[in-house]
Design a protein around this ligand. Structure first.
Ligand code: FAD
Length: 281
């Protein structure tokens, strides 16, 4: 697979040491010539400056185009407009547009835009076709959605509002991706839907995070990971194999690319990518 079809996601760090590590990771990943890097955004603007600085630095220091994530809950239109203009002036061409999850205590009413489709609409109104807009997709349903059907309809709204492409929440079962793609194609969606890939490195953290974001860890994977206990090497070896096999299935079945949730680490994503390169026909 052409490496331009892969992308890597980072989160902005709170410390200088963390930031240095992020840049080292990005430089290592840049050698593989991915299509783009992206950097997450703390809903409510909590990482506004750190996301901005990280994106600008990734863009200038790695030659890989960087895309900021931007969420709308808790941010005013004035703040979002200013941020869009800053990115535009800096030559940024891609944005991942999200609703975001506010930290507990901040109510939904505090932002002017309530859902990602409204943010996409706002970006188009403010900046026309300047940005290539990515949105989120949930093959296993967004955890707060009323049901799967309304979640599909809501996804379609984001596409109609002007999204160019989508990145999915991570999952561990390729069937849910294929079913989601088939369903939204029947609803007239023709944009690329790129699977989000979470390498497996630590069972406890993965289980906690997956519960929160609604990603199901199949029983056979959970049981095997539980059995490894603290044996990090076995967890990584097993995790790499499971994720490699799923990526092979996804690509063979027509997935247009892969978006890796790196958690600011190069090796787990590269282990999967190297395996895929070795096994390709
Ligand atoms: P939406 O598409 O707005 O959907 C949110 C919920 O509302 C869904 O249940 C949907 O069915 C429903 N809904 C949508 N539109 C409407 C409507 N018009 N009327 C009624 N109901 C509606 N979070 C961050 O805080 N920062 C990040 O950087 C970040 N990056 C992410 C990157 C990816 C690739 C993914 C998959 C998720 C990311 N998230 C991030 C998490 C995301 O913000 C949360 O999952 C959030 O709860 C939903 O965001 P969304 O953009 O999918 O929301």
């Amino acid at each position: 697979m052409n490496s331009q079809r892969i992308s890597f996601e980072f989160f902005p760090t709170k410390t200088d040491a963390g930031h240095e590590k992020l840049l080292l990771t990005a430089k290592k990943l840049a050698d593989y010539q991915p299509g783009f890097f992206s950097c997450t955004y703390g809903a409510g603007g909590s990482t506004r400056d750190r996301t901005l600085n990280t994106v600008l630095q990734l863009n200038s220091e790695t030659q890989v185009p960087a895309a900021p994530h931007m969420s709308c809950v808790g941010d005013s239109k004035t703040d979002l407009r200013e941020l869009l203009n800053t990115y535009k002036e800096a030559g940024i061409k891609r944005i991942v547009a999200l609703r975001g999850d506010l930290p507990s205590g901040m109510g939904m009413a505090e932002g002017e835009l309530r859902y990602a489709n409204e943010l996409v609409e706002f970006i188009r109104q403010e900046t026309g076709d300047h940005f290539y807009i990515e949105v989120a997709a949930y093959p296993e349903m967004h955890p707060q959605a009323r049901n799967f059907e309304t979640d599909l309809q809501n996804f379609v709204q984001k596409v109609k509002a002007g999204a160019d492409s989508a990145i999915t929440q991570y999952f561990f079962n390729a069937d849910c991706y294929f079913y989601f793609v088939e369903r939204v194609r029947r609803l007239g969606v023709d944009i690329p839907i790129v699977p989000g890939i979470m390498p497996i490195t630590n069972y406890t953290k993965l289980a906690r995070f997956s519960d929160a974001c609604g990603a199901e860890i199949p029983r056979w994977i959970r049981k095997q990971l539980e059995a490894y206990g603290d044996d990090a090497n076995s967890i990584q070896a097993f995790g790499t194999e499971v994720i490699t096999q799923m990526c092979e299935q996804l690509l063979t079945g027509g997935a247009p690319g892969l978006h890796f949730y790196t958690l600011n680490q190069a090796e787990p994503s590269l282990a999967v990518w190297d395996n895929l390169q070795l096994r390709k026909n």
